[in-house]
Design a protein around this ligand. Structure first.
Ligand code: CA
Length: 541
């Protein structure tokens, strides 16, 4: 194993070295693409092989385009990434990286470039949608709608099928200015419970909100950790700053805990102003008073899971599948029989089974074509390449034969990738895969390295359709943005305080509710709702 790992690493190092050396040498020549010498050999090759090798070629003459892509404050597009090299070989287009390599603030680097007016051919970044819209509408980035229509068949097909993405990337002026990174696999978080405690107390997995209450109450009363002390904390939550995963339990009474939601008629609501939210908060305050919810919920800190599961005191939580499942491996020697399992969301008081939180299925990340780009057609074809089957595989899994093998038509990571000391995502970033270029992620990439418990949970939530449709990330006009920025921060702060006071019993929910609704109005909620509604309506027009 060790030898194999070393060989794999040596191979990677060699390849990087070869290409760096190749680039330096070729930099002086007109031809920047190391593999472009196919022409000279082609006479000796059968025609079919030659055509196959050039299947994705966008241009017969190698083309160099500059890219400015500084992202996640820590990463810069690199010419020696294996994925970039492979893309170069396949498309005959070579991206030359021009963003500063040592800067540590992506937004700053982006702003400096925009202010200079000296734009690269391609500009990429994470969390940049609003800027792409704004600068696009000002003319710094070109509209892509016609280019996609005429020259990007794979992208076009994708956007026709994923109208949510199409809407998300359409600016208020109706134009598309960037191609986004589209994550895959919407399962993110779910309910977890100590199965070994259920077994000990002879209880079933809770299937409704009432059953959940009974089970958690039994955890509190019946000493499932068998130490003779009433030290169990039935429900815990590591989001101690706002108890987010606990407030989310209002969904079990028909409420919503994310700030905004849409009803079936397309009307936008502010969650914490609705009667279902009030009902949920009343019950959660009761759970807290009865010791079902961690008494130190707001102060326990981010390590709540490590502390309470590690001390064999915690019974249930709502959190990310991958990290929560991992406690089974971490604690198996310390706590004999420790068995923390994902369960379906308990049905709410109306019988609805729903997981409110899903992963973002579209990111405000991606890349755009600047107005300075002299090759927009080739560039949109290059963007399109990443939406071909081969391009998508390259962006997700790296290089066939080095990082994965095709087995029964599926890209299966090699053991040295799966068993590497570095997590798979880090390994992929280091070769330029899984970076926020405009591409469509494949959940199979992640599924291969999730532990079996996490995989079971994620599959259960996805395959049963538990995950609620996400409220869209809205795009505001300049006027709307002003209203939003004036009103929202005050409401946000006020409501966070109220949630805490209610949960901890410092204020009685029923007694203060009318005053609460009145305060929201005074803070401008109605005006803000109008803005939300108009941005939302534009999104779905
Ligand atoms: Ca106990």
């Amino acid at each position: 194993m060790k030898l194999r790992k070393f060989l794999a690493m040596a191979l990677v190092v060699c390849m990087i070295f070869a290409v760096v050396a190749g680039c330096t040498q070729k930099g002086k020549e007109a031809d920047p693409v190391p593999k472009a010498d196919g022409e000279t050999k082609s006479d000796a090759e059968p025609q079919a092989n030659k055509d196959e090798a050039k299947k994705y070629w966008i241009t017969d003459k190698p083309l160099e385009l500059t890219i400015h892509m500084h992202f996640r404050d820590t990463m810069v597009y690199k010419e020696d990434w294996l994925v970039e090299q492979k893309a170069r070989e396949l498309t005959n287009i070579y991206l030359k990286s021009v963003a500063p390599q040592n800067a540590t603030k992506s937004t700053e680097v982006f702003n400096i470039m925009m202010a200079s007016g000296d734009l690269a051919d391609i500009v990429g970044k994470d969390n940049v949608k609003d800027e792409f819209f704004q600068y696009g509408m000002e003319g710094a980035f070109i509209p892509l709608n016609d280019l996609i229509d005429k020259h990007a068949p794979n992208l076009k097909k994708f956007l026709q099928e994923r109208t949510d993405v199409q809407k998300f990337i359409t600016a208020p002026d109706g134009n598309i200015y960037f191609i986004p990174y589209i994550p895959d696999g919407d399962a993110a978080t779910g309910y977890f419970i100590r199965q070994d405690w259920l077994d000990k107390l002879n209880l079933q997995v809770p299937k409704t909100v009432d059953e959940l209450y009974s089970v958690l109450k039994a955890f509190r009363e019946q000493d499932p950790n068998e130490n003779g002390e009433k030290d169990e904390v039935p429900w815990l939550d590591r989001k101690s700053s706002d108890a987010k995963e606990t407030i989310r339990l209002v969904t079990l009474w028909g409420g919503h805990s994310e700030d905004w939601y849409e009803d079936e008629n397309g009307k936008v609501h502010f969650s914490a102003a609705e009667p279902e939210f009030k009902e949920g908060m009343k019950n959660l305050a009761k759970w807290y008073a009865e010791g079902i919810i961690d008494p130190e919920i707001y102060t326990r800190g981010k390590k709540a899971r490590e502390i309470l599961f590690g001390d064999n005191k915690g019974g249930a939580t709502h959190d990310w599948f991958a990290s929560t499942s991992s406690f089974n491996d971490k604690l198996k020697d310390k706590i004999p029989g420790f068995n923390l399992q994902p369960i379906a969301p308990p049905a709410d008081i109306n019988g609805r089974i729903m997981e409110e939180y899903g992963r973002e299925l579209i990111k405000p990340d991606g890349w755009a074509i600047s107005a300075a780009n002299k090759h927009p057609v080739e560039t949109i074809k290059y963007f399109d390449f990443w939406f071909t089957e081969e391009g998508r595989r390259l962006a997700n899994f790296g290089i066939e034969g080095i990082h994965y093998d095709m087995v029964d038509g599926k890209p299966i990571f090699k053991p040295e990738v799966l068993n590497n000391a570095q997590p798979v995502n880090n390994q992929m970033w280091e070769i330029g895969a899984q970076i926020p270029r405009g591409f469509w992620q494949d959940f199979f990439y992640e599924e291969q390295w999730m532990n079996p418990v996490a995989k079971k949970g994620a599959r259960m939530y996805m395959d049963n359709g538990y995950i609620m449709k996400k409220f869209p990330l809205l795009a505001y006009t300049v006027e709307e943005k002003k209203v939003y920025d004036r009103i929202w921060p005050n409401i946000d702060t006020y409501v966070s305080e109220m949630k805490q006071k209610w949960l901890l019993g410092a204020e009685d929910v029923e007694a203060t509710w009318d005053k609460h609704v009145k305060t929201l109005k005074e803070l401008g909620l109605d005006e803000l709702l109008k803005v939300q509604q108009s941005a939302y309506d534009r999104y779905y027009q």
